[in-house]
Ligand binder design. Structure first.
Ligand code: HEC
Length: 472
């Protein structure tokens, strides 16, 4: 049994030097105390690994190990690129100067790997969680959030500075006061985002459950509704970390008729002095039928408390010696099932209590054309291909109106994949070999013929995808 706080461990070690004034305290760190484990690893984790890890790292550069980071720092362009204004790494823009300086100190300290025990074994960081007063469900516009959130939202995503031109969330009821949306990203992780009515310290309000398994780490974070504001035609809902409050992280959803903007700010569990932008999604409600069908089944929305936290969120138990700063529950162990992981992480609202969702394993037939290729699987409301497996192409890409039928779009790097939080219902499955590696279905890609799958509530089934052999 491992309780490896890959994220926590490395980010907490940085808290020690960021507790008050990040700039000054970090600058004061003597080079002799800068090691990979104490400082460098957390910076790389926070700023680089979204692209430079996994099976297909950007520039074929994997920065997930000490050896690799050392090698590119010593012999490669790492130092140059993290200080290059015109061509920066990370691509979104240069990191704060103090973080860049730490790399130079690390070099000076001869790429020291292991931190001195005195500097990492003790976490002397004090954190007093704020007292949070959530908005009561009876106040104006609060309950209406559930109505507004329903639907298939299609738009653009900016994730950690990276622009993703097409993105979608499929939000549907799973209980009388629980609405669930998800992004099953594929091999890199499955993420979900659900809103439910809760009793938080005696106040009936709305909470968010957000997380998934990302790079092998189970994490679920909780937020609670802090403010609701109306500005002209817009209405804004602000949810804050249900344990650490808005100084740790927050999420805002702004509705304007059929438009939604969802913005998430995080401080990486308090590593940064204040939360910075993590994700922005701007979308338009395209199709409401799936959500309406689900709403009917669940009598959604009704004022039903789905979960009670009578004394607030339970204090997360992080690794011994580390103070929890966020309502985030984590565990890493690749040999465990998701239900076991939730238990080990002490997730207070674990997956097995989440109503109605289903699972599906897919199994992709391997041929000469698919072998060792990145496969993208689209789950859509209607078939994407004709009976011969051809996709309507417009300007070299799948026709926009056809693409907008897609509910989930997962990138898969093996022949098997498990979907964990699926809405029950009817889907069409279309898989393609992304021949030109542009992450979308375009001319030249190889598809199967879209076929239909029915998914029952709480079910689990295995589906085979064969004949991925139609050249578009
Ligand atoms: C949003 C994705 C993304 C993030 C985050 C990111 N990189 Fe990159 N990186 C790329 C891409 C794409 C390339 C290849 C294109 C280029 O060189 O600009 C690249 C190239 C590089 C290269 C040049 C490799 C070579 O052989 O020329 C280095 C070094 C590098 N990244 C280091 C980093 C470091 C260090 C971080 C974190 C501080 C980081 N990157 C964060 C996407 C990213």
């Amino acid at each position: 049994m491992k309780k490896i706080f890959y994220i926590i461990l490395i980010t907490i070690s940085a808290i020690q030097c960021t507790s008050t004034n990040q700039t000054n305290t970090t600058v004061d760190i003597p080079f002799q105390s800068v090691s990979y484990e104490s400082h460098i690893q957390s910076i790389v984790q926070n700023h680089c690994l979204t692209c430079h890890a996994g099976k297909r790292p950007s520039a074929q550069l994997d920065l997930s190990t000490y050896e690799n980071v050392k090698a590119v720092t010593e012999h490669g362009p790492l130092l140059k690129r993290i200080n290059d204004h015109s061509n920066p790494m990370p691509t979104r823009g240069l990191m704060p100067k103090n973080e860049r300086l730490l790399f130079l100190k690390w070099v000076k300290n001869n790429y020291k790997k292991v931190a001195d025990s005195t500097t990492t074994s003790q976490n002397d960081y004090e954190f007093t969680p704020p007292s949070i007063s959530p908005v009561d469900i009876q106040q104006a516009h609060v309950f209406d959030f559930f109505n507004k959130m329903q639907g298939h939202w299609v738009g653009k995503m900016n994730l950690m500075g990276e622009n993703i031109p097409w993105f979608a969330f499929d939000y549907r009821a799973t209980a009388p006061a629980h609405i669930h949306g998800l992004f099953e990203g594929g091999t890199i992780g499955n993420l979900f985002n659900a809103f439910f009515m809760a009793n938080y310290k005696g106040t009936e309000t709305i909470m968010v459950r957000n997380g998934g398994i990302l790079n092998g780490i189970y994490r679920t974070s909780y937020f609670v509704l802090k403010t609701v504001e109306e500005k002209g035609d817009e209405i804004n809902y602000r949810f804050v970390d249900a344990y650490g409050g808005e100084q740790i992280m927050w999420m805002e959803l702004t509705f304007n008729s059929d438009q939604l903007e969802m913005v998430v700010h995080t401080s990486r569990f308090g590593t940064y002095s204040k939360p910075t932008k993590h994700m922005v999604f701007k979308g338009k409600k395209q199709h409401l039928e799936l959500a309406q069908t689900a709403a009917k089944i669940h009598n959604f929305p009704s004022k039903v408390v789905e979960k009670t936290f009578s004394s607030g969120l339970p204090t997360p138990q992080w690794q011994e010696g580390y103070t929890a700063t966020s309502g985030s529950y984590m565990w890493q162990d690749e040999s465990k099932s998701i239900v076991e992981l939730a238990q080990l992480a002490q997730d207070p609202y674990p997956i097995n209590e989440i109503p109605y969702l289903a699972q599906m394993d897919i199994n992709i037939e391997q041929t000469e054309q698919t072998k060792d290729q990145k496969i993208i699987v689209y789950l859509s409301r209607s078939p994407l291909t004709d009976e011969q497996g051809k996709v309507p192409i417009e300007y070299g890409y799948i026709k926009q109106s056809v693409m907008d039928e897609v509910l989930l779009f997962s990138e898969i790097e093996a022949s098997n994949f498990k979907y964990t939080y699926l809405h029950p219902g009817t889907y069409y499955l279309t898989a393609f070999v992304d021949v030109d590696n542009n992450s979308s279905l375009s001319k030249g890609d190889i598809t199967n013929t879209s076929f239909k799958v029915e998914i029952q509530p709480k079910s689990s089934q295995t589906v085979h995808i064969e004949n991925i052999n139609v050249q578009n």
